[in-house]
Design a protein around this ligand. Sequence first.
Ligand SMILES: Nc1nc2c(c(=O)[nH]1)N[C@H]1C(S)=C(S)[C@@H](COP(=O)(O)OP(=O)(O)OC[C@H]3O[C@@H](n4cnc5c(=O)[nH]c(N)nc54)[C@H](O)[C@@H]3O)O[C@H]1N2
Ligand SMILES: Nc1nc2c(c(=O)[nH]1)N[C@H]1C(S)=C(S)[C@@H](COP(=O)(O)OP(=O)(O)OC[C@H]3O[C@@H](n4cnc5c(=O)[nH]c(N)nc54)[C@H](O)[C@@H]3O)O[C@H]1N2
Ligand code: SF4
Ligand SMILES: [Mo]
Length: 819
Amino acid sequence: MTTTTDLTGVRRVHGYCGLCIARCGTIATLENGRFTRLDPDPGHPTGQALCAKGRAAPELVYHKDRLTRPLLRTRAKGEADPGWRPISWDEALDRIARAMREIADKHGPQAVAFSQSSPSTTAIGDSAPLVRRLMNAFGTPNMVWPLDLCGWGRAFATRFAFGVASVGTGSAGGAMADIDRSGCLILWGYNPSYSRLTHATATVEALKRGMKLIVVDPRHAGLASKADVWLRVRPGSDGALALSLANLMIVNGWYDRAFVRDWTNGPLLVRTDTGQLLSAADLGASGAPRAWVAWDAAAGKPVVYDPAAGRYDCDTSRGDTGGLALEGEYAVATPSGTIACRPVFDHYAALCRRYDPQTVEATCWIAPADLERAARLIWHARPVSYYAWSGHEHHDNTTETARAMALLYALTGSFDAPGGNVLLPAIPSRSIGGEELPSAKSMAPPIGLSERPLGVAQTNSVSTPDFYRAVLEGIPYPMRGLVGFGHNMLLAQGDPVRGRAALAALDFHVHADLFMNPTAELADIVLPIASSFERDGLKIGFEISAEAQSLAQYRSALVPPPGEARPDTDVIFDLATRLGLGNQFWGGDIDAAYRQQLEPSGLTLEQLRAAPAGVRVALTTRHAKHADKDAAGNPRGFPTPSRRIEFWSETLRAGGHAPLPGFVEPRNSPLARPDLAASFPLVLTCAKPTLFCQSQFRGLAGLRRRALHPEVELHPAAAASRGIAAGDWIEVRTPAGAMRARARFNRDLDPRVVVGEHGWWQGCEALGVPGYDPFAPDGANFNATIDPAARDPISGTPNHRSNLCEVRRISDARTLQAP
Ligand SMILES: Nc1nc2c(c(=O)[nH]1)N[C@H]1C(S)=C(S)[C@@H](COP(=O)(O)OP(=O)(O)OC[C@H]3O[C@@H](n4cnc5c(=O)[nH]c(N)nc54)[C@H](O)[C@@H]3O)O[C@H]1N2
Ligand SMILES: Nc1nc2c(c(=O)[nH]1)N[C@H]1C(S)=C(S)[C@@H](COP(=O)(O)OP(=O)(O)OC[C@H]3O[C@@H](n4cnc5c(=O)[nH]c(N)nc54)[C@H](O)[C@@H]3O)O[C@H]1N2
Ligand code: SF4
Ligand SMILES: [Mo]
């Protein structure tokens, strides 16, 4: 029995919490139709525990500040009071469709951008494929959302190495840490105790059976207290750390040589004269230019590697790759003379050697002994799995860092092995994102593509700085409209003052949300949206384990939304109809979309609706799928251009980047800018709040009570030398801007590091605590301090976590005085 009602009018309903990426399995209690409690569902693969945010769900649902009616701006943007006038849904949708059409007629549909909050911090995942479908049907490639900060490092940068995400994300697939069977888990810039409870509970269980744990974090946060090794890395230097761990592993022979030889492009030869891969064409006229060459030390001669077949000559002829060289220099005879060459792996090992323990102590602020313990553990406690997130993703060197980490991981040979990062099976489902629609194939290129063709624009995603520029300067083309589903970009992203100017300059802007926020304040129309507890949702697979992947669940609305609020999905369908695109939206039938999604699964909507706790589909996990052979006996390999894990990326080289994952100092680091460090001597990073999701929930008294004010963590020694006492209001200033927060002491930090928290703007009336001006230096907006020019050259990711700062006690803290 999955949904029960007793005689006192109490009903318990199975579902899952949509508030963050953990998607915890839940049982909701309804008393006489009112949603009163949310509890974990221990029978659910993600239902071991709930966090405080999940337990506060009833407060969120019934909060007095929820938006309840569509609102129309009646005063000019820039006026303090927008003069919101409630309007009907009909009027709102008509106005939106008309404005979108007008902009499209004048400038093309690409001049209307969409935006969307991250599915990791909101329930937008319930509707995200349909938002994409609407974009595809309308004909705009421009989705402004935080992919550059969230997902790029894990799921896209690691593809340069593996061809698939070696650190999976919920939405984009990829390999997930098989924590249940790992010998050693590395949590790298990731604190699941705060951010993804399901992973934290799985880790604690695994530690009980003896799994080893390495935590890489400037803070001694979360599971660091249970770690065998905690590496207190200097923010932004993770790439150097990864190379240095790889160095120790290579030097000590602590790596899977056969795996590197057979499954990476480490054996391919690099010409010493040109610094390029030696191609089969270099060996003679009959060689294909896209076929490469390795050195067969057993035979003492070069062998051709054919990426199309994924095999070496020696493998085809002898059935043996054991003689392929990974190090050394070889003189290869070619028609144009002898060419000295070294294998890719030899170059990689040389790169890693530059990060010897002493260099790394100066670069990463990590003691050589800790480094050695970590490297030893990674090898001796195999199989290894890892999960990495915001800590390594929010930097202007994130692509190279993520790649260096992925390649360190390749050395373990644990990829897709039991206990490693495993490409889990999934319930078969069909996309409803509309990629196949004719309009999707004839869209203009997205903003940012020409400058960073290998970056987020590949996925029709736009970084906010590029969006702001397109609006304000028409580069690369005019951007005149924005249709926003949640994303609170003025808080989530840097340069809020420019962002405000950009939003104010749009011809039309609609924002759909549960609450008013600073981004919505600048819209022409604001739409009231149902929370995930007030709408249905379909989830096919829960990502974190093979068991979780096998569950499909249809979540039903617990209670009606407040006032006239409606689910995003309904809004998308209605808007599509008004835009004349209804025929591409199943004639307005939302169930038809779910049915299309479910069709290959063998599950029916009726079956799922009748089983609120979900339905399991038997899935079998197979490992080492790269070794599967096709009919011709060729191995499947990896979906990279070479069909091998790529230590050397021809894709990046052709794009003008380093083929090996070199470490680049963050633009504003103490080592890159000693001149700046003279007046801004501290390194500023940040971490997620435990009680809030990003910029949300500060208005919920039950949560805010436990974190009344924005805080900044610093070492007592750094505070003492500046006359700062615990609890003092301090100003954090960078060359780009400033914010204020209260000082919280943390003895575990390196005294040169300061850790803030972003997302503070909202007040909480019930507790009488104030809100903060996101645009003023005496506000509490962390992202007002970041340097908008510091961006990753490949992805465009802005640097939110390794900037220089100085802190000082504020003697005149009137604006922020605690009540
Ligand atoms: N300094 C610093 N900056 C950061 C980060 C950091 O750690 N430090 N983190 C970055 C990361 S990882 C991310 S993902 C971004 C997050 O940036 P955003 O995706 O903008 O996330 P939030 O700030 O949580 O804002 C989400 C908004 O969506 C609304 N919302 C919630 N549920 C729904 C829904 O179902 N439908 C609709 N339409 N709206 C909904 C909320 O009310 C809220 O206004 O911020 C990034 N910015
Ligand atoms: N409670 C809560 N849960 C959330 C969210 C939330 O806002 N609140 N947001 C959701 C979203 S959108 C995301 S992306 C995930 C993110 O989940 P996490 O990645 O766990 O998020 P963070 O706490 O931002 O960062 C993780 C750790 O990185 C460390 N760190 C800071 N700088 C560096 C660095 O330079 N290198 C390394 N190695 N570590 C560093 C921080 O100290 C922090 O402990 O959480 C999701 N879940
Ligand atoms: S961790 Fe908390 S907010 Fe996230 S899904 Fe679970 S209960 Fe909901
Ligand atoms: Mo995120």
